[in-house]
Design a protein around this ligand. Structure first.
Ligand code: KG4
Ligand code: ZN
Length: 339
């Protein structure tokens, strides 16, 4: 089965074609980062309008790239949530209309489930069961994954998501948007010994996270020092160290607690190279293995949506022809879908 996947949940417009026999045939992505930069964050109305302009040309391009005709497509999958409602509605109404006109099924899929399964696109995918660390702009989740749709949330952030904390600290340091990659770049020239930030909620049992205190700590540090380039780099470095350490400590704990031998890391913050390096070392020490999607599939993309849509359509998932999206959507509300 060949599936067209559409991603429009936030500030990236994506289209991809996944074939159940041949794997991912192609994907295209358009980032709205330049559009939102002057506002220091995503403006939902602008995001939705830009998806409207970019989605059709992207779909045409990816179908051309992959030699896919309308008659080859067996289903259309689109991100139905969680995300920005206006942005989601663009992909949902476009995807449903296309599927209707091609007389194939359309399926709205869960954005975080897409992230969770992105490592399946790689040549050595993890097998179930595994623990997943989902770290994006909106979520920080540790999930025990037994199979497709069988998710148990082990821990989550009580306040800011870790990506959100990266974005806020970047803004505070005048590093611009998107913040995660900017903080990571600045941290490269930082002195790791100048400041030490706390590792929130690691001194007590449990797998929940809290990142808002870390952000406040960064703000207080900035206010207490002259804002020269070296201080900016040192604060970025101390913040990244503390955020990464906190994630590593909780992942180690989750692996020990569940006895799983595999850790999947997904979502935008999963592109952070320091996190990838430290997690791999820590997980190896537990005789477990870490799986990452390549960096371009850590951040938002349609490849993961096409893959997930194909898996779920093949298990017979179908929906009535109504256009609905969800700004909030817990992973644990999903149905198990074993083939
Ligand atoms: O998964 P994603 O692309 O979008 C959401 O679904 O939220 O994640 C975006 C988040 C942003 O907060 C961004 O700052 C962060 O991922 N991010 C990073 C890096 N690349 C993206 N954070 C830290 N280091 C990076 N290299
Ligand atoms: Zn995402």
């Amino acid at each position: 089965m060949r599936v067209l996947g559409l991603e429009t949940s936030c500030d990236e417009t994506g289209a991809a074609v996944y074939d159940s026999e041949r794997g991912l045939l192609g994907h295209r992505l358009y980032s709205q980062a330049a559009l939102h930069r002057e506002f220091g964050g995503v403006v939902p109305e602008l995001a939705a309008r830009d998806h409207i302009r970019k989605l059709l040309p992207l779909v045409q391009a990816v179908m051309r790239d992959t030699d896919t005709d309308a008659g080859d497509v067996g289903g259309v999958a689109y991100t139905a949530g969680p995300g920005l409602v206006g942005a989601l509605l663009v992909g949902a109404s476009f995807g449903r209309s296309l599927a209707w006109s091609w007389d194939v099924p359309a399926l709205g899929v869960h954005h975080m489930e897409g992230h969770l399964l992105a490592p399946m696109l790689e040549s050595e995918p993890p097998s179930f069961p595994f623990v997943a660390l989902l770290v994006s702009g909106g979520h920080t989740l540790l999930v025990d994954v037994e199979g497709l749709g069988r998710y148990r949330v082990l821990g989550e952030s009580r306040d800011d998501a870790v990506g959100e904390a990266f974005d806020k600290v970047a803004k505070l340091l005048g590093l611009g948007y998107p913040g995660g990659p900017a903080v990571a770049r600045a941290a490269e020239s930082g002195d790791p010994n100048r400041f030490r930030f706390p590792r929130p909620m690691t001194d007590r049992p449990g797998l929940d996270f809290s990142f808002s205190g870390l952000k406040t700590f960064a703000r207080n540090t900035v206010l207490a020092h002259p804002r020269d380039p070296q201080t900016v780099a040192d604060v970025a470095c101390a913040f990244q160290d503390a955020a990464v350490d906190t994630l590593v400590i909780k992942c180690r704990r989750a692996l020990r607690q569940t006895g799983r031998a595999r850790l999947v890391v997904a979502g935008g913050v999963g592109a952070n190279v320091v996190l990838r390096r430290r997690l791999s070392e820590a997980v190896q020490a537990l005789n477990a293995r870490t799986y990452y999607p390549r960096p371009e599939w850590c951040t938002d993309n349609a490849a993961m949506i096409a893959y997930l849509g194909c898996r779920r359509l093949l298990t017979g998932a179908r929906e009535p022809p109504a256009i609905s999206v969800r700004a909030r959507w817990a992973l644990t509300e999903l149905n198990a879908a074993d083939p």
